[in-house]
Design a protein around this ligand. Structure first.
Ligand code: ZN
Length: 197
């Protein structure tokens, strides 16, 4: 197996899952001969801000972003049983799981595994589209967004609800703890109705 084939499946995985999360793929490309940067998959818009959104929206954005980051590695694992050269993706995934911990109080080990499961399931359900994308990328070395979306047109959106629900659960837990802390600080009773006289 050549490194290009692995890189083609890697970028195809990012593109398939990126499109499955409702993003527009701008292009995917292979960079033969560059072992540190074997290819790239660029989505539109390139940057997402997490700060001014609700916990439910933050859970959705975070799960989608981590799914996209892990998709390259997981596509390689699914196709070849192993993967290499995904350190940058892991950094991206870590950055987003870190933000989820800050914003929602959700420890990564409690939900990131659910994203991995969903992405692996989605990729194996869409193996023909993954294969077509990888093969076309190997032939042409670069595919623009129109070509990518033509190939993945039949793929339905990816279901990340398990991870999203876990993230929301953690944020509710965090909020109720904060309420209890505030109540304790003011000497009020946190639970139950106010006593009547
Ligand atoms: Zn990657």
């Amino acid at each position: 197996m050549s490194a290009d084939v692995a890189a083609a499946y890697h970028e195809a995985g990012h593109a398939l899952v990126g499109a499955g999360t409702g993003r527009r793929v701008h292009h995917i490309t292979l960079k033969p001969g560059d072992p540190r940067h074997r290819g790239e998959c660029v989505l539109e818009p390139a940057a997402i801000d997490l700060t001014p959104v609700t916990p439910a929206e933050a859970a959705e954005i975070t799960a989608r972003q981590v799914a996209f980051s892990l998709a390259g590695e997981l596509a390689e694992r699914l196709r070849f049983g192993f993967a290499g050269g995904y350190e940058r993706d892991r950094c991206d995934a870590d950055e987003w799981t870190g933000r989820a911990e800050d914003f929602l109080g959700a420890p990564p080990h409690r939900w990131a595994g659910l994203v991995r499961e969903s992405v692996t399931g989605y990729l194996s359900d869409h193996l023909p589209a993954l294969r077509r994308l990888a093969n076309e990328l190997l032939k042409q070395n670069e595919l623009d967004g129109r070509q990518v979306h033509q190939i993945v047109a039949e793929a339905e959106p990816i279901d990340l609800s398990a991870a999203q629900n876990a993230l929301i659960w953690w944020s509710l837990r965090e909020r109720s703890r904060a309420t209890a802390r505030a109540a304790r600080a003011t000497g009020a009773v946190a639970l139950g109705p106010a006593p009547t006289t």
